[in-house]
Design a binder for this molecule. Structure first.
Ligand SMILES: NC(=O)c1ccc[n+]([C@@H]2O[C@H](COP(=O)([O-])OP(=O)(O)OC[C@H]3O[C@@H](n4cnc5c(N)ncnc54)[C@H](OP(=O)(O)O)[C@@H]3O)[C@@H](O)[C@H]2O)c1
Length: 269
């Protein structure tokens, strides 16, 4: 895909991946409406940047999603590409998971992409072209202990992407699902980074990861699983989940104290 002149709406644009991705999209010649809850970070990074408009907005409610997408679409005079990137993480033993946190995480990671996609679809169908990119995670293919709510949200996002892609197969609208492995960004808090080091989890640098995500979005591949051997484990897990159950048991025992140190609830830290 040629980004020149494309009207792009990107959520999570102020984050560790989003900031880098936004710059690549803009340098490709696109015009972009950049949505994020973190208004200060959004303005610091993008105020005054040519062809970028910042749209502070909270995607944790349906009303917030509609307000943000309406503002973004109006600012661009339409939309050609929607990139659902904004996301929340939770790392906790599930018995300690906060009920409100589960609800907010599902809203931001899954419901918001669904609502935003629904909002842009009629215009894309009318103009006879469009692209919806959903950024998931390897945890959307491999259910990960202590990331239970997060994994559930990303499994949902993968299923949504697959179903919508099939529904739109006869239209000129691409639905792309991109699944990165772990990346060193602020979404991975101190306990996650410590657990990652203890379990030797592969973690990519943000610049390299953003470049691979950008390349995947540009190539138009329907699904992209970024990182080896994680991409292989995702395939194995789909066919033989029992193998992955056994292979991750020791690693999960190592990870547990980071999710629940000294038996203290992760949510109380
Ligand atoms: N980093 C990884 O290891 C990794 C791996 C695979 C997939 N991903 C996915 O990549 C995406 C981006 O992650 P990242 O690493 O760039 O994380 P990040 O640095 O935390 O950025 C996420 C951005 O989304 C924003 N956001 C959170 N809740 C929001 C809401 N209710 N409304 C609007 N914006 C909201 C955040 O704002 P605040 O700063 O205000 O929270 C932040 O700017 C996520 O969907 C994540 O699941 C990340």
């Amino acid at each position: 895909m040629n980004w020149q002149g494309q009207r792009v709406i990107l959520t999570g644009a102020a984050g560790g991946i989003g900031g880098l991705l936004a710059r690549q999209i803009l340098s490709g010649g696109a015009r972009a409406a950049l949505i994020d809850a973190n208004a200060d970070a959004l303005r610091t990074q993008f105020d005054g940047v040519e062809n970028a408009v910042t749209v502070p907005g909270d995607l944790s409610s349906t009303a917030g999603c509609i307000a943000a997408i309406d503002t973004a679409t109006a600012a661009l005079g339409g939309v050609d590409v929607l990139i659902n990137l904004a996301g929340l993480m939770s790392f906790s033993t599930y018995e300690d998971e906060d009920a409100e946190r589960i609800s907010t995480l599902m809203q931001v990671n899954l419901i918001a992409p669904m609502v935003l996609s629904r909002a842009v679809l009629p215009a894309m169908l009318d103009q006879g072209r469009g692209r919806i990119v959903n950024v998931g995670s390897m945890f959307g293919s491999i259910g990960f202990a202590y990331f239970t709510a997060y994994s559930a949200s990303k499994f949902g996002l993968r299923g949504f992407s697959q179903a919508l892609r099939r529904e739109l197969a006869d239209q000129a609208i691409d639905v792309i699902y991109i699944s990165p492995r772990a990346i060193k960004t602020p979404i991975n808090t101190g306990p996650i980074m410590a657990m990652g080091a203890a379990t030797k989890m592969n973690m990519d640098e943000p610049e390299a990861a953003a470049a691979r995500i950008f390349a995947a979005m540009t190539s138009g591949r329907k699904e992209a699983y970024l990182g080896f051997p994680e991409s292989l484990f995702a395939r194995i897990n789909a066919v033989w989940p029992g193998i992955v159950d056994r292979a991750t048991r020791a690693q999960n025992r190592t990870a547990r104290p980071f999710a629940k140190p000294s038996g203290v609830s992760a949510r109380q830290r």
